[in-house]
Ligand binder design. Structure first.
Ligand code: AHM
Ligand code: MG
Length: 347
């Protein structure tokens, strides 16, 4: 008899899904496993964040005589250490580090992958007990041997072979894709395992939530201003007015919109003409996931995954979420702010 209560852990799920890659030798699976383990260590520290006054501030020495690190520094070190020790990764690019971190050792000499990571996103929310996250993106290297190179890390998002995020929230979840749909796992703290809780996640085509930092309103392109007003106008057919929800942690805003339907916007502003969010660490991985879940992600004009990165820490405006909502934003931008950021568009 089938056991309907069978718990599927992240580790089991990754191994079962390996069949989807007929020539795979399990390296990508091991890489995902390494990221999953590091995220559990980070989760443990995130859960202690409120104890900072007891354990000691960053930069101080705590009662155990250990140096207390800022959480984002700690998270960065943990992920890099896990990828270093795992042997499947030949370079890491992190939002925390200016340059890539090439990896080359006896165990990683055949490593095929590079990882781009934002180890702890939404850092302004750490001190106030609001959800924060980790975002990661995996590419096959394009160089042939030796340590990974900058070029390996500057591929367009369409070349990703895997991407995911961890949201450290009221519960901790890891959500990832390898291009065959999106699956979500909730950490069961009693057994210390991520367990499959959200199989085959799909974002509704329409939603009633818009997420944007309206504090920057006066600095927004006319098309975005007009779209925000559109969201606020009553209209029965489209269920307007929509709700405004903005946490200020991209992962948390994204996760809610993925489940409920909605649109997340971080536009170009007068002060930040390229937008604020990073193409490689934030926008590409979340765009891969949203597309795999049936949604859409653009910079307002071009598909994010088609942008060709020029620099490691490049920023881009972003509009992502429910397909029909994103298309509505694009329509407003085309009509009222037809300035196309095309210079880094492929082809
Ligand atoms: P960070 O990488 O410094 O944490 O910044 C990224 C965060 C995102 O999580 C969030 O969507 C955005 O910055 C919020 O920015 P703002 O405060 O300008 O609305
Ligand atoms: Mg970030």
């Amino acid at each position: 008899m089938e056991n309907i209560n069978r718990v599927v852990t992240l580790g089991q799920f990754i191994i079962e899904r390996q069949k989807e890659f007929p020539y795979s030798k399990g390296q990508l699976s091991r890489l995902l496993r390494d990221i999953g383990i590091a995220s559990k260590i980070v989760n443990r520290e995130v859960n202690k964040a409120g104890l900072v006054n007891i354990l000691g501030d960053a930069g101080a020495t705590n009662v155990q005589g250990e140096d207390v690190k800022k959480l984002d520094v700690f998270a960065n070190e943990q992920f890099i250490a896990a990828l270093n020790a795992g042997g499947e990764c030949c370079a890491v690019a992190s939002e925390e580090d200016e340059d890539i971190i090439p990896i080359y050792s006896e165990i990683s000499k055949d490593a095929k992958y590079v990882v781009l990571i934002d180890p702890l996103d939404g850092s302004s929310n750490i001190d106030v007990n609001v959800s924060i996250g980790t975002i990661f993106s995996i590419y096959r290297r394009t160089s042939f041997n030796g340590p990974g190179t900058l070029e390996d890390c500057l591929q367009p998002g369409s070349e990703q072979v895997g991407a995911g995020y961890v949201v450290y929230g009221s519960s901790t979840m890891l959500v990832y894709t390898t291009g065959h749909g999106v699956n979500g796992f909730t950490l069961d703290p009693s057994i210390g395992e991520f367990c499959l809780s959200h199989p085959d996640m799909r974002i509704p085509e329409n939603g009633t939530i818009y997420s944007v930092n309206e504090g920057n309103y006066v600095d927004f392109p006319e098309g975005i201003k007009k779209y925000i007003k559109y969201c606020q106008e009553p209209d029965k057919k489209t269920k307007r007015p929509y709700s405004s929800r903005y946490i200020g942690s991209m992962v948390a805003d994204f996760h809610r919109n993925l489940i409920k339907g909605g649109v997340f916007i971080y536009p170009a502003t007068g002060k930040a003409p390229e937008g604020k969010l990073r193409l490689g660490y934030e926008c590409n991985p979340l765009s891969f996931i949203i597309e795999q879940a049936g949604g859409k992600s653009t910079d307002g004009f071009n598909r994010i995954l088609d942008l060709k990165p020029k620099t490691l820490h490049q920023r881009t405006p972003v509009v992502m979420g429910s397909k029909n909502m994103v298309e509505k934003v694009e329509e407003f931008l085309r009509t009222y702010s037809p300035v196309k950021p095309v210079e880094y568009f492929i082809g």
